[in-house]
Design a protein around this ligand. Sequence first.
Ligand SMILES: NC(=O)c1ccc[n+]([C@@H]2O[C@H](COP(=O)([O-])OP(=O)(O)OC[C@H]3O[C@@H](n4cnc5c(N)ncnc54)[C@H](OP(=O)(O)O)[C@@H]3O)[C@@H](O)[C@H]2O)c1
Length: 341
Amino acid sequence: MGPSAAAIDNSTRLFEVPSALCPLSTMAQVIKLATGEMMPQVGLGTWQSPPGQVYEAVKCAINVGYRHIDCAFSYENEHEIGTALAEKFTSATVRREEMFITSKLWLTYMRPELVREGCLKSLKNLQLEYLDLFLIHAPVALQPSKQILPMDKTGKIIFDDVDYIDTWKAMEKLVDEGLCKSIGVSNFNEEQLCRLLSVAKHPVSVNQVECHPYLTQQKLMNFCKSNDIVLTAYSPLGCPGRPWKFKDNDPRLLEDPVLLDIGKSYNKTPGQVLIRYHIERGNVVIPKSVNENRIKENFQVFDFKLSEDDLGKLNGLDRNYRVVNFAFLRKQKHFPFKSHL
Ligand SMILES: NC(=O)c1ccc[n+]([C@@H]2O[C@H](COP(=O)([O-])OP(=O)(O)OC[C@H]3O[C@@H](n4cnc5c(N)ncnc54)[C@H](OP(=O)(O)O)[C@@H]3O)[C@@H](O)[C@H]2O)c1
């Protein structure tokens, strides 16, 4: 086994997950990155997956057939994910090389001289010798600190003056050293990607951004495709567990009548349609769950295909609605979403 079998097109390949490991689906898809590495198209998100629950969630996901876990230093749960992974490797449920593990450099490690330390911290927590993918979490730098969000006495976030281009150059050294197989970015806009592409020596393999039918990211997605950058869709379900309150007029993606109708016509849940939407578009998608039934449900997406007509209906829901807007970083000069505030 392993991500290697029949080619479907230039960028997407199928690999088979043995049915003993994957009773719900016999097939999952992988995407080839610019580095040649294979990235499973559906991964498990872990933001807000509490220590105490994420351990079981990761083990459950691997049993169901997930081979891709999306992690980050700032989620403060990588140590527990590491314990779950180590157990799965020791019990020979999966081999390390069959898993695709992503982590992200947090913004307090953006200074080039801190990048390696930021990577080593995640590797140590995850009990790994290398990452399959390491992303700059966002183009914005915060003052080096033990806190995730360094603040002054008045509660104001303390930024740092680092150009993400310099951070990137230090990321490239991690690949040379064998600590990461591929590197990429997250929350970068098109202009920032252009600037990065003009200096990058190693491929910018991935841009991980919020993406769902209310924020289709069609233009950014086209740009990424034309530059061999894979778009990973975060908050694919519209982030219903967001840590702040829904406002009265916030649209609720999972309850959208168009989505509900499409789901009924395939006998699939709204969540499954939202995940399949990205498979159809050739993106990677990383729904988060710590609930066993939903972890399974979110992986039962390889036995149906959305029609062009239904894809068009979902794209038609676009309202440029961003849930995770990082507004608390808006005063930093490289803040990527100025047009959204
Ligand atoms: N790079 C970045 O800056 C960034 C930002 C945000 C997210 N991410 C990544 O993307 C992942 C996913 O995004 P997200 O966590 O924001 O949101 P999401 O995946 O859109 O939604 C997760 C929420 O939906 C619930 N859920 C899961 N499956 C469901 C289903 N089938 N039906 C209904 N509800 C369901 C989960 O609850 P239960 O756990 O109780 O099932 C959780 O509250 C994150 O975990 C993280 O790995 C990255």
